[in-house]
Structure formats: structure tokens, C-alpha cells
Design a protein. Sequence first.
Length: 321
Amino acid sequence: MEPQELEMNDEVISAQNAKVDLPSRLLDAAGLGVDRLPMLHVVFDRMARQYIDTLRQMAATAPYLAVQSVSNERIGDALEQYEDRAVVAVLHAQEWDARILLGFDRTFIFSMVEVLLGGDGEEEAFLEDRALTNVEQRLAYRMFQEAATALETAFEAIADTSLKVERLENRMEFAQTGRKSNPCVLAKMTAEIIGREGEIFIIIPQSVLNPLRENLTQVLSGEVAGRDTRWTKQFQQEVQRTEVKLTAILEEQRMTLEEVAQFEVGLVLELNATPKTAVQLECNSQPLFNCRLGQVAGSYTVRVEELIEQEGELLDDILSN
């Protein structure tokens, strides 16, 4: 084959490769839109749930966390929103060789410190423009560590990584993770505890997310789309701690409205039941158990003998969906 023909073939192949690579180049130039990254919302939702579980073990009152928004920003613009009102932790992702910013506003920090030290929020919050004390700094550092662990766990379905808190910064100009003009993803979470509202935010440079784009654009499927075992466990625990009112029914009689209207104070209603008659235990008019009547220390008691079978138990039906 002539050299000229070889050059022409090389040019055709190069043109074809450039044409195939064109969509990727256009996407890279336009940046990663969060609307094209559905798994990113899942990651932040999982982080919020995991962080709530962790804080519940640390304090008597756990905060309510909810993802408020996930948007595309510039790093400088994102940090400017929190100037003089937040503390930022610089997280190092060793596997990605990158840094992520995790921030708490002062309201959330002071409220959590109060709860961790035994406060219940009855006193009015006292917020002042000052640096954190040594005790507050230590507690805040622990809170940041647990939040980093929650974010690390939330990313497990996307990519393995370990997030380590490098340092805390009170001034936003020292919390840079790239040029101010570089694009990033800004996730905001609303935090509510002891009647006060705070905010948690996460800043991830798009250069970090670019290698993960394929996984972040996937639609939920398989294990990812299955039920969240942590949420299921939490839901079950909360339902089991719910206080309920039980009613023991010894006997039921049918009466007309006329007979009921003739009731008077002091009227004695005769029951056909005996001490051996089964007592039905109900909750919210739903029969649960058949019991046996008894007496202990001058008080009536019932001993559960058998479960009244239902078509399906409520909790199992809910958790199976």
C-alpha cells in the first residue's frame, strides 16, 4: 500500500475517533449537571440517614436531617455563602487523591454541643461571633469525623474510598479545594434539633466526580434499588417503642339503643362470663390475643394464651414493601 494511502487511512480513523469522542468532550466542557447524576442524590440521602443513626448513639436527642438541595456551583461562590457563619472540615479521599469540603453552620454546632453536654434546649440559644472553645472544637471534630464516616459509607455503592479529616477551618479562604472558579457540586442539608434549625453542606469538586460519572448516572437497580436495611431496622425499632393502649374484653353483649337509653346510675349488668372464660385483648379495636383472667395482689391480670391469627401482620406488610 502506498504511503499516501496509509496517511489517508490514518486521517479517516482519527476523524472517526474524534467523532465518537465528541459527546464526551461536550459533556466535559459543559460540566456534570446534577440532574444527570441520579445516584448522587441517593448518596446524600444515605449519608443523612447514617449520620442520624450515629448521632442518636452519641446524644439523647438526635437531629432531623433532610437533603434540601443538590446544585452545581463554583467553589468560590459556594464558600462565599457561608463566610463567617460556618466551620469547614477538609476531608482527604486517599483513593481519589482529592479533597472534599464538609461544613456545619454555627447554629448546628452550638446546638449539638449543647445536646452532647446534656442540654435539652429549654434555655434560649446564645450565639455569639467568637471562635470555638477547646471543648467545642473537640466535640465538633468528633462530629465531623462521624459525618465523614457516614459519607464514606454512603459512597460504598459507587466507589470504595476512605475519608479522613485533615483539618478544620473557620475562614472560608483557607478551606479551598481548588481554584475558586472551578465547578463543584454543592449539597445542602437542613438540620433540626431541640427546636433549632441549622445546616450541613458538602462541596465536591467536579474533577472528583468525573471518573465516577458512569456509576453516578446509573438508575437504581438490584441491591441499590432494594430496601435500605438501616432504615428498616430504624423503622421497626421506632414502631416497637410506640406506646399503645390495650383493652381486655371479658364479654360482649348486643343491646338495642332503647335498652341503653334506660340505663341508670347504680344499674347492675349481669355477665354470663366465668373465671374460665377467655378474655380477648384488643388494641384500637383490633383483636390480638386470647387470654386467661387471673388475680395477683388484689389486682386483676390476664395471661396471654394464644395469638389471634390475622390475615397479615401490619409491620411485616410495611417492611416487605
